[in-house]
Design a protein around this ligand. Structure first.
Ligand code: C5P
Length: 401
């Protein structure tokens, strides 16, 4: 993973005895790939679900399971003190209960009590257990103590059931770790970012849409949150909401404008990464237009230019960032847009280039500011692009203060 804050960190990964224990293997592998020194610890329950050899082979040290390992008489203090972060994946109701109560009954709970490092726990259990007031109360106490909780997803559970309690995806778990280990140079700021393409209704079932996937906007939301911003993501798409981000779902340009202008009133930074339609049908037919009624004349009208309106009413110190998807004269067109919309930064991408822009997981961009150098970022993943956009914003803020 590029731009990772995980590289070089020592992470103790506690695996407890839930069926999701097998998914801890993938998380460990990703942490090792990202350059972490990963020390696995298993509870007795975890050993019913996965083998020690699997984790020992994948991680940076052999698995530890016991407090009474003679070679290392007090492993919990060594492990607790040497860790930059403790991750518990999955965290069972028993582990959550013992940790909340301060019961040091096994190696993992001892480590949790013996550490000053940040702790990230990823609960996974059946919906009934997840919803039990004892579990929810314990989690509330842990959250108040500063433990980072990666909420489970909804989905298929063991035994054919379905509901909330499924372990969060490896992506969400890694993002939470990045967020915990990363710099917090946006701490105390409120950031609004839009994502996805708007859908403008023609009739009851048809829309005018565009190819935007929303991935770049979501990557920005995720990176901004991990760097300490309070993030509102205004989105037209249903990608998984990044950890710690408030989601506002919209569909049309008008709905997006209402949500953005409301959120922008208290925002320090507004990033319009969404592909907002420039035109919409002037009238929306309430029912479905019948095929047999002939080809309809769809008359279009312009949508409000949300970003231009924000630029016209920008508060002192507020930073406005726009996107320019161009197919020719990239820098000239983006530069003109920067001026016209009174922006502080524009992220320009040539969407005709291979691997760039809509739908892709990668992007290549130029970052332009009213004055200051142009930054060119060659083809890379959208998280790295998001990191570069946030770096530029942090630089602009430093110049403002
Ligand atoms: O002028 P153009 O539509 O190419 O500008 C693109 C930028 O303006 C993007 O950041 C996009 O989110 C924003 N935009 C907007 N409202 C519109 C159209 C585009 O805020 N109606």
């Amino acid at each position: 993973m590029s731009g990772s804050y995980i590289a070089g960190k020592t992470i103790v990964v506690g695996v407890t005895g839930g069926i999701a224990a097998y998914k801890a293997v993938e998380v460990c592998r990703r942490l090792v790939d990202a350059g972490a020194h990963v020390i696995p610890v298993m509870t007795a329950g975890a050993e019913h679900f996965i083998g020690r050899t699997t984790l020992s082979a994948l991680c940076s040290e052999p698995v530890q399971t016991s407090l009474w390992d003679e070679a290392s008489p007090i492993p919990h203090t060594r492990l607790g003190q040497s860790a930059d972060l403790i991750l518990v994946v999955p965290a069972t109701a028993r582990l959550i209960g013992a940790y909340t109560a301060g019961l040091s009954t096994d190696l993992l709970t001892n480590i949790l009590l013996a550490t000053r490092a940040p702790v990230v726990i990823c609960p996974a259990m059946h919906t009934e257990m997840w919803e039990h007031p004892a579990v929810q109360d314990n989690l509330a106490v842990l959250a108040r103590r500063g433990v980072i909780i990666v909420e489970p997803d909804e989905g298929r559970l063991a035994g054919g059931d379905s509901g909330k309690g499924r372990l969060a995806s490896p992506e969400r778990i890694i993002a939470a770790i990045e967020r915990t280990l990363g710099p917090t140079d946006l701490a105390g700021t409120r950031l609004v970012v839009t994502a996805g393409g708007t859908r403008e209704p023609i009739d009851a079932v048809r829309v005018i849409a565009n190819r935007s996937s929303g991935k770049q906007g979501y990557a920005i939301a995720s990176v901004a949150a991990s760097r300490g911003a309070t993030v509102t993501l205004i989105s037209t798409v249903g990608l998984p909401t990044p950890v710690g981000v408030d989601l506002v779902s919209v569909e049309t340009a008008a709905q997006m404008q209402a949500a953005v202008s409301h959120a922008a009133q208290t925002a320090d930074i507004v990033i319009m990464a969404a592909a907002v339609a420039d035109f919409r049908p002037k009238t929306v037919v309430a029912n479905k237009i019948k095929k047999g009624d002939g080809i309809p004349d769809i008359v279009l009208e312009p949508t409000p230019d949300i970003l231009a309106a924000l630029g016209a009413t920008k508060r002192p110190g507020q930073i406005l960032v726009g996107f320019a998807a161009e197919t020719d004269d990239l820098v000239a067109n983006a530069g003109a847009k920067l001026q016209r919309k009174n922006l502080d930064l524009i992220v320009a991408n040539d969407v005709s280039a291979p691997g760039v822009g809509f739908q892709h997981d990668t992007n290549a961009v130029c970052l332009l500011r009213p004055e200051g150098p142009m930054v060119t970022i060659d083809l890379t993943d959208k998280h790295s692009i998001a990191g570069a956009v946030i770096d530029a914003i942090v630089e602009i803020r430093a110049g403002l203060t």
